[in-house]
Design a protein around this ligand. Structure first.
Ligand code: SF4
Length: 323
């Protein structure tokens, strides 16, 4: 384990023998939670770009990959994973999916394909298609779970239940596809009363960790994930971006974003309680400045990364210590 948790970069370096970078792709997909098949309006935090704000659009997939490989950034590595990020990247006919995936695999330096999607868009046929790439590529599917608490799932308008996540994971594993679960801290509906009360009564000199202040929904989500055969997790701090339902709730006073301390507290819990074998792909959300509404601390991702390392070290904590 590098440092105090399994870091994605180290995992990729060990697996492929050298630094391996991700190429983020907008595959031109939509989402069943927007077009009415599963729901309307999307998850309340989802932006107009379908949670892929950092991608600069190009007309087609092949051009996006070519542009990246020709960019200054790509000179830092020789191996790459194409990452279909925006919206629901298994939501199309099998023929269209194959065409889209194939059009990204255009260079020998590409060693993996990573697909972000919803659990209710995983079918046997999708798994068979993804499996067909496994003889040549490392294949990973990233499933949005956000929370195992289905009541919070309703509040965020997720439009599937956590049972769907379990079913999708079993199916993907049957086809030997890696699964990474996305989870979020700071969703509306989490019980943060203990923390608010604590802050009122204490003049906090600096960050502390107190397990009793972690919401039950975060604890049960980690417990839920630990029972599944998944290979990694992505931990997001909920942030508010422009033109979302969450922004409206915030403006109307119906949602308070997490404080930095609350997020750090959740993060320490998650890392120290999750399966020690998971690869931790991310420990902080990454909102672009131009569309971020709140919280402001979300712009300082490096601070979170450094602080968590320092805190885990000083307190002799590490991934899975309490698993
Ligand atoms: S499932 Fe993903 S793409 Fe669809 S609305 Fe929710 S966050 Fe957005």
């Amino acid at each position: 384990m590098e440092k105090y948790y399994n870091h994605l970069n180290t995992y990729l370096k060990n697996k492929f023998g050298e630094r391996t970078l991700k190429i983020c792709i907008d595959g031109g997909f939509t989402c069943p939670n927007r077009d009415g098949l599963a729901g309307f309006g999307g998850c309340i935090f989802c932006s107009e770009k379908g949670s892929g704000e950092l991608i600069k659009s190009a007309p087609d997939i092949k051009t996006q990959v070519t542009n990246y490989l020709n960019s200054y950034k790509a000179q830092r590595a020789n191996k790459f994973i194409v990452y279909f990020q925006n919206f629901t990247n298994t939501y199309d006919s099998i023929e269209n999916l194959k065409n889209k995936y194939d059009s990204s695999l255009i260079d020998d330096k590409i060693v993996g394909i990573d697909i972000a999607t919803r659990p209710d868009c995983i079918t046997e046929d999708v798994c068979k298609l993804l499996h067909s790439y496994t003889n040549k590529y490392d294949v990973t599917v990233e499933l949005g779970l956000q929370t195992s608490d289905d009541e919070i799932g309703k509040i965020i308008n997720r439009c599937y239940n956590s049972k769907k996540f379990s079913e999708a994971t079993s199916l993907l594993r049957k086809y030997n596809i890696n699964v990474v679960a996305h989870i979020m801290c700071g969703l509306p509906g989490e019980n943060r009363e203990n923390f608010i009360e604590y802050q009122k009564n204490h003049n906090l000199p600096k960050f502390f960790y107190d397990e009793s202040l972690v919401p039950e929904s975060i604890k049960s989500t980690i417990d839920f994930l630990n029972k599944h055969d998944i290979q990694g997790i992505k931990i997001h701090s909920t942030y508010i971006v422009k033109n979302t339902v969450l922004e409206k709730m915030y403006i109307e006073g119906n949602y308070t974003p997490l404080s930095y301390e609350e997020y750090m507290n959740d993060l320490v819990y998650i890392i120290s309680h999750c399966n020690p074998d998971y690869i931790i792909h991310r420990i902080c959300g990454d909102a672009p400045k131009d569309i971020l509404v709140a919280p402001e601390w979300n712009l300082h991702k490096k601070k979170v990364l450094n602080h968590i390392d320092q805190y885990l070290k000083e307190n002799e904590l590490f991934q899975g210590k309490y698993n």
